[in-house]
Design a protein around this ligand. Structure first.
Ligand code: B16
Ligand code: MG
Length: 210
């Protein structure tokens, strides 16, 4: 393995609580039922696909324009919450593991569905850290399509077979496998049948990437 491509939300840092608050505010305003279980289904899923999942509980249909406006409204609340993030939201375990992987000579990249990736990285003090960032702003198809990881591999000039993808979402493991990458899963991603390595914790990467 020459390079490691990390998912952002749920791997490097945790923004689910902010996604939840912002979607809940939108759902409540529109009288649509939303809870933490539905929020869990939004892991690794793009903003518009997340909205479609939320609208499964709506009692009317929404036009494309209304959907665009709803997604923009949710994102505005979410971005307000992201402003509260700081380097304190990056754990010592993640920071020390990333530093050690860099010392070992691996190229390190991000592969995230989020269009807010660059802002989040900046907030947690990793704005300049990665060799490349592939995110929701440079893809047309979201996970489980492999596009976001294939772009990350292209940006760092490596073949998928030489890269490890680290993911917390089943859709992310599916994307990695479809793209010809090996994968390391955290949390629910360990349950995906095609995951290559199951991690108990982020620092376990140091046992795989020697
Ligand atoms: P945004 P990841 C994903 O990030 C999140 O897990 C998912 O919940 C979110 O809907 C998606 O990004 C899009 O985010 O609205 O900020 O563009 O896990 O792929 O790093
Ligand atoms: Mg994730």
């Amino acid at each position: 393995m020459k390079a490691i491509i990390f998912d952002l939300d749920g791997v490097i840092c945790f923004t689910d609580k902010y996604h939840y608050i912002a979607w809940k505010k939108l759902a409540d305003k529109n009288g649509i039922y939303f809870d933490e279980e539905i929020n869990n289904r939004l892991r690794g899923v793009s903003r518009m696909d997340s909205l479609e999942i939320i609208l499964e509980r709506a009692d009317r249909t929404y036009t494309a324009e209304e959907k665009e406006a709803m997604a923009a409204e949710k994102n505005a609340s979410y971005v307000e919450l992201l402003k509260e993030m700081s380097p304190a939201d990056l754990s010592d375990e993640v920071k020390n593991t990333l530093d050690e992987l860099r010392n070992r000579g691996y190229k390190l990249a991000i592969g995230s569905s989020s269009k807010n990736t660059k802002m989040i990285l900046k907030q947690i003090g990793l704005g300049e850290f990665f060799d490349a960032v592939s995110d929701g702003t440079n893809i047309t198809k979201s996970k489980p399509d492999p596009e976001v990881f294939l772009k990350a591999a292209e940006f760092i000039g490596e073949n998928p077979a030489d890269c490890l993808v680290v993911e917390d979402a089943k859709a992310g493991i599916e994307a990695a496998t479809a793209g010809g990458f090996k994968s390391a899963g955290l949390g629910e991603a360990t349950e995906h049948p095609s995951v290559t390595y199951k991690l108990g914790s982020f620092k376990d990467l140091l046992e795989i990437c020697i």
